[in-house]
Ligand binder design. Structure first.
Ligand code: ADP
Ligand code: ZN
Length: 623
């Protein structure tokens, strides 16, 4: 089917242009895509020439193709290291649906299944073999290949080798031996984790030889960001989910208990939801993860235990009901939305309580003081992003060292700019209330004092007698909450964990008291915020239907139903048949012939043979 090439041939004889022409031919014939995206081809060329490579693209930019296409191009079998069986299975299914010979070896398989894979391998029939990290370094693994050539080794999710990443796995460290075990085989490491620490660790720990690094912008333009103050988490969630009827998404909660409560609550309200957390038994976890892969329109409520290994491209939303642990986690978790490039939403509700709770988790944790310092800094970076009046995308990308200029037009602050004002007077009052009450209380009590509430506690501590008592009466408690969060994000106060979440003044407050430092605050929370923002973003959610007219949308729905039927019949995930992007293209361009169909992105030769006629008949019937 393919002309098998060797690295040696490519290194010398073939020039870039010839390689590009060959690679494009494969891309078009097998995947049905017209052109490479971003730096895909540069990475592919380096691999084809036998170089070690690190591919650092954000989710959804098409990392897999960077090793899959060379695997087809080159002689021999490509070995892909993957951390999770679920991930391997997804990849193998997708490759097979393209007519590519791919298999996986993992411990859950029967002896017979494994033997079958081995014999395919020894006959030289496999283009790609997926394995877990511990398996590839076994002596029996190398011998299994016999005379067969290994074309390349891909290390997927390669950040798992670094303790700096969020998903360190000890078995990944063994992969440092790959370069010895498979000398002269190029290694390509892939990851979507951006930070420089992890990046350096990957290159070092894998012992890559003169590696070339290909980095793409980390922006995910199809994801819109919205972060709102929590007023009533459940009501806010249901309002948000209303924009996503019939679509799949993930809701993250901090605790198992909250996961359970949320699922019950959603099911009561007719939202199809399932739970996922570390406390479930493995079979239930697997069943719920499977349901998420195979079904459409499912809401998965989970702790952070859920996520790695989620390849589903049409996750349309990710909602956080609690503050994540860092900007890195926030970006990784929200990044599970919209792999297919279609509009998707990231939504978060949060409040001061989250910060107090996160801080407690850090301080009570077993980490060293040095690690805790990093964790505190990570938390405050995240709070800064939550409290910014500027573009969220710009703030998040800036955190990763990437410059993004201008407003993105696809986050809450850009869609509905928030006014800022000179809040120095308010800040003075807010800080004075902390100071006068002895830096011993959390926001609840201090705000009671400011707003002049005669509670048992304000009376007992004699705070009703203070000059600040009632000094902030003209403003409601919610606004004061916002002011305190902003003061925290601006570094004027800190929360003391040892003192039950009491607010303490930082030295920088002095400038505020003397009115030498101007404090610029956001005005948005004075009005009820979440409604307006939701509407603004809802506008973009409506665009989510790809701007489809009613007629096109109804055709899309029919195609989707057919896809689900075929997927069920074959026991694969629907997107393995065709991704949403392809179905949307079918619905809008309405191809009436096989050749017209081949022009649609995502329709390669094999898929045209397998499914072309079925979908053509639906399009002809309706169109
Ligand atoms: P990643 O691993 O980087 O998250 P994937 O490899 O899963 O991304 O690719 C995301 C989606 O983009 C997949 O549906 C894939 O088929 C598609 N894709 C990859 N390369 C291209 C391309 N050059 N043109 C169009 N779509 C592409
Ligand atoms: Zn923005």
């Amino acid at each position: 089917m393919f002309d098998r090439a060797r690295h040696d041939d490519l290194r010398g004889i073939r020039g870039s242009e010839a390689i590009l022409a060959d690679a494009l031919e494969i891309l078009r014939r097998v995947w049905g895509y017209q052109n490479f995206r971003g730096k895909q081809f540069e990475a592919i060329e380096n691999i084809l020439k036998g170089g070690d490579t690190l591919v650092l693209f954000p989710t959804g930019k098409g990392k897999s193709l960077c090793y899959q296409l060379p695997a087809l191009y080159l002689e021999g079998t490509a070995v892909v290291v993957s951390p999770l069986v679920a991930l391997m299975r997804d990849q193998v299914e997708e490759l097979r649906s393209l007519g590519i010979a791919a298999e996986a070896l993992f411990s859950g398989q029967s002896g017979e299944e494994q033997a079958a894979v081995r014999s395919q391998l020894s006959r030289g029939e496999l283009k790609l073999l997926y394995v877990t990290p511990e398996r590839i370094v076994l002596p029996s693994f190398t011998t299994m290949f016999g005379q067969q050539k290994v074309s390349l080794i891909a290390v997927d999710e390669s950040h798992c080798i670094s303790v700096w990443g969020n998903n360190f796995r000890k078995d990944y460290l063994e992969l440092g031996r790959l370069k010895d075990l498979f000398s002269a085989v190029p290694v390509v490491a892939l990851t979507a984790t951006a930070d420089p620490h992890t990046q350096r660790d990957i290159l070092d720990k894998l012992n890559l030889d003169d590696p070339k690094v290909f980095i793409d912008s980390f922006d995910r333009p199809n994801i819109s960001y919205e972060i709102v103050e929590r007023t009533n988490a459940k009501a806010q969630l249901i309002e948000f989910l209303r924009r996503h009827e019939g679509e799949s998404g993930i809701v993250y909660c901090l605790s198992r208990k909250k996961v359970e409560e949320t699922v019950l609550w959603l099911n009561d309200r007719g939202v199809k939801a399932r739970h996922y957390h570390a406390g479930l038994d493995p079979s239930e976890k697997a069943a719920n993860q499977d349901a998420f892969r195979l079904e459409e329109g499912l809401c998965l409520v989970a702790t952070v235990a859920f996520g790695m290994g989620i390849n589903k491209p049409n996750v349309r939303y990710v909602a956080h009901l609690d503050l994540p642990s860092s900007v890195e986690s926030y970006y990784q978790e929200t990044g599970r939305a919209g792999r297919d490039g279609l509009p998707s939403e990231a939504f978060m509700t949060y409040g001061m309580q989250d910060i107090v709770q996160r801080q407690r988790m850090i301080e009570m944790g077993e980490s060293s003081e040095q690690v805790k310092r990093v964790e505190r800094a990570k938390l405050s970076a995240l709070v800064g992003i939550c409290e910014t009046a500027g573009c969220r995308r710009q703030a998040v990308l800036g955190h990763f060292g990437e410059k993004y200029s201008g407003n993105c037009g696809n986050c809450d602050n850009c869609l509905r700019p928030v006014a800022t004002f000179d809040g120095t007077d308010m800040a003075v009052k807010a800080l004075a209330a902390i100071y006068r009450t002895g830096e011993r209380f959390g926001t609840g009590h201090v705000i009671d004092v400011l707003t002049g509430k005669e509670t048992e506690k304000t009376k007992r501590f004699g705070h009703t007698e203070l000059a600040v008592f009632g000094a902030g009466r003209d403003v409601d408690a919610r606004t004061w909450q916002s002011v305190y969060r902003q003061l925290l994000a601006l570094g004027f106060i800190r929360i003391e964990h040892d003192d039950f979440g009491a607010m303490k003044l930082e030295p920088s407050c002095r400038g505020v008291f003397r009115k030498e430092t101007e404090v610029i605050l956001r005005r948005d929370l004075v009005v009820r915020r979440s409604k307006g923002v939701s509407n603004a973003v809802a506008g973009s959610a409506a665009r989510q239907r790809g701007g489809l007219s009613d007629a096109d949308y109804s055709l899309f729905e029919s195609l989707r139903l057919e896809r689900l039927r075929i997927a069920k019949e074959q026991g694969v995930a629907p997107y393995v048949i065709f991704p949403d992007t392809t179905l949307i293209s079918f619905a809008t361009s309405r191809p009436k012939s096989r050749s017209a169909m081949l022009g649609v992105p995502g329709v390669g030769q094999v898929k045209l043979e397998r499914y072309g006629d079925i979908f053509l008949s639906i399009i002809r019937e309706i169109g």
